[in-house]
Design a protein around this ligand. Structure first.
Ligand code: C5P
Length: 226
């Protein structure tokens, strides 16, 4: 089993979705439950790692011995990651980060406009920082694992993403299949790396996480020339 494959290593994981405020009472977010990231955190602890979990708002208990840092927005998550990246050996970006946020957060609740009776409301969005790309772009980056949720050409887009963001491994997830991913307790993924394409069959997120970490541990050692 996987007891000490990560002993002595610092692992930083992002999980859950982010929340981008529109006004004091509204926000933009997504359906991420955080379950995959939390399952990876738990499996990493079992494997002997020291684990920090940077988490968006989720309804999950913190796994034993995991240090959890709660954040709301993508910018908060970006800051929290960079506050804790020093000394990290393996970074796993599992969070569903909002790609865009409202350009301005209204100071007061946006009102329906009875005067002009407008049927539409426009909110301008601006790009959020890409957290994973900001980590791979560091002078001495850790080993970086990303996720790619796709609905079609899953492996092709995932491999593109891996190269573009300079990730060491990418976990490709077919989110068109409703039985896996998002709020589901199970998942089925393909782990892609340099000359690697390894399908992990459908199983609980816990079992998938253990298998993923075996690949991560093996590839990390190779990357480090250990
Ligand atoms: O390009 P895409 O958003 O599909 O890439 C997904 C991967 O990038 C995931 O690992 C996700 O956590 C990460 N990501 C990020 N910051 C963003 C957007 C995505 O770290 N702003």
């Amino acid at each position: 089993f996987t007891h000490d494959i990560l002993t002595g290593l610092n692992v930083l994981i992002t999980a859950g979705g982010t929340r981008e405020d529109i006004d004091p009472v509204r926000y933009i977010s997504n359906h991420s439950s955080g379950k995959m990231g939390y399952a990876i955190a738990e499996a990493a602890i079992e494997s002997g790692a020291t684990v920090t979990l940077i988490s968006g708002p989720v309804n999950l208990d913190t796994p034993d011995r995991v240090t959890r840092v709660d954040v709301l927005s993508a910018r908060d998550m970006h800051q929290a990651v960079h506050d804790r990246i020093e000394g990290v050996d393996i970074f796993i970006g599992c969070a569903a980060v909002s790609d865009y946020r409202p350009a301005e957060v209204a100071k007061e609740k946006i009102k329906k406009d009875p005067e002009n009776g407008s049927e539409t409301l426009e909110i301008k969005l601006v790009r959020n920082p890409d957290i994973i790309a900001s980590v791979t772009g560091l002078d001495t980056p850790p080993f970086v694992v990303g996720f790619a949720a796709e609905t079609h050409n899953v492996l092709g887009y995932a491999a593109d993403k891996m190269r573009r963001k300079k990730m060491n491994l990418v976990v490709a997830n077919d989110v068109a299949d409703r039985d896996i991913g998002f709020s589901s307790d199970s998942n089925e993924v393909t782990v892609i790396g340099e000359e690697l394409e390894e399908p992990l069959p459908r199983a609980s997120k816990k079992v998938v996480s253990r298998k993923l970490l075996q690949i991560v541990a093996r590839r990390f050692r190779k990357w480090k020339h250990l």
